[in-house]
Design a protein around this ligand. Structure first.
Ligand code: NDP
Length: 398
């Protein structure tokens, strides 16, 4: 039984708090801290299984974080604030000797560029302190890394090509809205695309490569677009047989039309502009205008399908395997007051925490999900709400 400190009180946090509270056998006490305490209080008020303590914190401020961690004495800090806070929270964990988990890799606020180098640089300090950081324990990254590790362990002797495919086949009925933090989402989608091919990153224009993919579970064919996504960086490092890795995501024509106009008029800019004698960052202003992703929960219907197709050799013979999860927006909302994007991120964060706290995945240092045995994680994550399907077959090359 362990106390957990959860930082951030947005869409993903709501699911993390609900799910931790369902596992009182592991998470005996929960403290929820974020920039806006009223948001913590609103989430805490939804939980009846145990009393969730709340606090205000500026997670950009290391001394404040250290003081809160010393006061609360958690066994684990779950960071579901924004990627900008990853390093300050890791610094505070180092100073206090507490384990750390997040769902997205560090990104500096003034550059739309994310990579693991900043967090991997903590490796020796975390080892020396005898504490652990588990990076990217969401769905993608997260479950997709675990699915790839499963393909490498069970299905294939060598993975040669990997396609990670993320479909949101749900609809919220809004003209334009993002289903997680709009600033992070738009920065990710408008960044230059990179995929891995023959030992190097190949850069192409954002959203310039489009395919159609026939999704299972009655979803059917949807357009998918190639993007850069962070899990490819760690997966090709840790599974070096992979010659080609690509990440694909569905976008509706309507989303793309709005995004193009917003980009063309400068509303997605991340630098400061002068307006009426004030400095504003257009993408932050846009975030204030767009629907809060948390408010989409009761409106969103349909399914998500996120998974990986791994292709390679088994016993010298070419083989393909598709491992995926199907999640239903309305079922997620009925259980946790959140749509499936927050749910599919929050559940793996909690299961990552369970792995660490039970010692099934525990070692000093900084780790990505594919570096551990996938089975104990998969044994937990199904009953916790994200069952997976493994199918062998033939899929068109993407
Ligand atoms: P939200 O914007 O809904 O929530 C972020 C929360 O962090 C808000 O409560 C916000 O406070 C708080 N916060 C921001 N800055 C600070 C700060 N300086 N100090 C304290 N709290 C702060 O985001 P989501 O819940 O959608 O996403 C959470 C994380 O999950 C992000 O890192 C995102 O990238 C990641 N993610 C990962 C996915 C995956 O599959 N791996 C998929 C989707 C998201 P306030 O309320 O005051 O704004």
């Amino acid at each position: 039984m362990s106390k957990v400190l959860i930082i951030g009180a947005g869409g993903v946090s709501r699911v993390v708090v609900h799910k931790c509270a369902q596992r009182k056998d592991i998470f005996s006490e929960i403290t929820l801290a974020s920039r806006t305490r009223s948001k913590c209080d609103a989430i805490a008020a939804e939980i009846t299984a145990l009393c969730v303590k709340t606090a205000q914190i500026d997670a950009d401020n290391v001394p404040e974080l250290v003081a809160l961690i010393r006061q609360e004495q958690p066994k684990l800090v779950i960071n579901v604030a924004l990627p900008y806070q990853d390093l300050t929270i890791m610094d505070a964990c180092l100073e206090t000797g507490v384990d750390y988990l997040d769902t997205a890799n560090y990104e500096p606020i003034d550059t739309a560029h994310f990579e693991y180098s900043w967090q991997w640089a903590y490796q020796e300090r975390f080892q020396a302190k005898g504490i652990m950081a588990l990076l990217g324990s969401g769905f993608d990254p997260g479950m997709t890394n675990v699915y790839t590790a499963l393909a490498a362990k069970e299905s294939l002797d060598e993975i040669h090509e990997l396609d990670i495919i993320d479909a949101n086949a749900g609809s919220h009925g809004q003209p334009f809205a993002t289903n997680f933090n709009p600033e992070i989402n738009i920065r990710e989608v408008t960044a230059a695309c990179r995929h891995w091919e023959n030992g190097a990153w190949v850069e192409t224009a954002p959203l310039s490569t489009k395919r159609s993919f026939d999704f299972p579970a009655g979803i059917g064919p949807m357009n998918i677009y190639r993007l850069y996504h962070e899990e490819m960086e760690s997966i090709v490092k840790h599974i070096p047989t992979i010659k080609k890795a690509q990440f694909w995501m569905t976008f509706s024509d309507n989303y793309l039309k709005h995004l193009e106009v917003l980009q063309n008029v400068g509303m997605t800019r991340i630098d400061e502009v002068e307006y009426n004698g004030q400095k504003i960052v257009p993408i932050q202003f846009l975030k204030a205008l767009l629907p809060d992703p948390g408010s989409l929960g009761p409106l969103t219907k349909g399914k998500t399908c996120i998974g990986v197709i791994a292709r390679g050799l088994k016993g010298g013979v070419r083989k393909q395997v598709y491992i995926y999860n199907i999640c239903d927006h309305e079922a997620c909302y009925a259980e946790t007051n959140s749509q499936a994007i927050s749910y599919t991120t929050g559940v793996p964060a909690v299961v990552g925490g369970i792995m660490m706290l039970t010692g099934k995945w525990h070692a000093p240092g900084v780790w990505n999900m594919e570096q551990f045995d996938p089975q104990p994680f998969l044994d937990e994550v199904g009953p916790m709400g994200l069952p997976y399907v493994v199918v062998e077959g033939e899929w068109p090359e993407l």
